[in-house]
Design a protein around this ligand. Structure first.
Ligand code: GLA
Length: 340
């Protein structure tokens, strides 16, 4: 718990007009993806980690058939009742979360919800996955159900698709629901196997916002996903996970996916050896592949990646879906302040 938690919990209680300390609150962290970008929806392997920015969801149970939700950051009140929903757009997450919790075995419950988040929206750090996981978990717990974390993640992924229309993969919600402190998570997005990989103590993970916000609904995310699925179909494969690099040599999008999957286990091996130059090199290769082959970077982000390396990071790359948002870099812990 950081110093900010008592203050955040107090503000949630005030928003619900509840005595401080009387609330149940769930916490859903954001994530940064270390390597394995745009491979989750190709049944590949990814390496995200949960971060210390999070979404907190508090609630009071209601006895009628109406739910309300408010955010401490976004103005407006969501109301959700049998005759429809009103209020800010993120109410679509609340509506979908009610159904998702029911699908996980929770009786339909109506709540007054208050939400606060330190995960920047549009930054590639899974603010929406944290919101979805937090809302589904809140409805499950209010209904007396403690869901299996994988089932929770998959249900929250459905919430995101329903609320935004973006055909996202499963990495973000799985990282949020299964994340382990001080570890990265090697996730096999085909089998949903998760292995916690310890992060060496002499390695700092630095996340820097480019200042360029993006939404996936407004990006080329769905187009890229469709292109990957078409490439797999042309090869007669279920998913690009099953392609060899020679098979995709002439298709830059597919080439990114296949080469990126190879980088994930190379990165895990380098983490286990605590091999800083190798880790940096893999990040640099990953960025070049996202920039040149998958074409999801921007000149401003490329300049930020270069600047981080020049200032002493071992390596850096754009993280998340791309088109703006954050860059992840690795550095020695005592260099972090000066690099930032
Ligand atoms: C977004 C999606 C994820 C994943 C990444 C790219 O964060 O929600 O499912 O596809 O982009 O790796």
């Amino acid at each position: 718990m950081t110093d900010a938690y008592p203050d955040r919990l107090g503000r949630l209680a005030a928003a619900l007009d509840a005595p401080a300390g009387s609330l149940t609150v769930v916490r859903a962290p954001g994530r940064v993806n270390l390597i394995g970008e745009h491979v989750d929806y190709n049944a590949g392997v990814v390496l995200p980690m949960a971060i210390d920015r999070d979404t907190l969801v508090a609630w009071r149970v209601r006895t009628d058939r109406t739910s309300t939700a408010r955010s401490l950051e976004v103005p407006g009140l969501v109301t959700y009742a049998p005759d429809g929903r009103t209020g800010p757009i993120w109410g679509a997450f609340v509506e979908a979360a009610v159904d998702a919790a029911e699908s996980l075995g929770a009786p339909r419950t109506h709540l007054d919800l208050a939400v606060t988040s330190t995960v920047p929206a549009g930054g590639g750090l899974s603010s929406s996955a944290a919101l979805g996981v937090g809302l589904v978990l809140a409805h499950c717990m209010a209904g007396g159900v403690d869901p299996d974390p994988r089932a929770l993640a998959l249900a929250a992924r459905e919430v995101e698709v329903a609320a935004t229309g973006v055909p996202c993969g499963t990495m973000d919600q799985l990282a949020c629901a299964l994340g382990v402190a001080d570890h990265a998570l090697r996730l096999d997005c085909r089998t949903l196997d998760a292995t916690a990989i310890p992060l060496p103590r002499d390695l700092a993970v630095l996340v820097v916002h480019s200042g360029i916000e993006r939404t996936l609904a407004g990006s080329e995310y769905a187009e890229r996903r469709a292109a990957c699925e078409a490439a797999a179909a042309r090869l007669g494969l279920d998913a690009l996970r099953d392609a060899r690099i020679e098979q995709v040599a002439d298709d830059p999008f597919a080439r990114h996916v296949v080469s990126e999957i190879g980088r994930v286990d190379a990165f895990v091996a380098a983490l286990e050896r605590d091999d800083h130059p190798a880790l940096g090199h893999i990040l640099d290769e990953g960025h070049a592949s996202l920039r040149d082959d998958f074409r999801v970077s921007l000149p401003e982000v490329d300049r930020l990646v270069d600047a981080l390396r020049t200032e002493g990071a071992f390596g850096a790359r754009i993280t998340g879906a791309g088109f703006g948002g954050c860059v992840v870099a690795l550095a020695e812990p005592d260099r972090v302040e000066s690099i930032a």
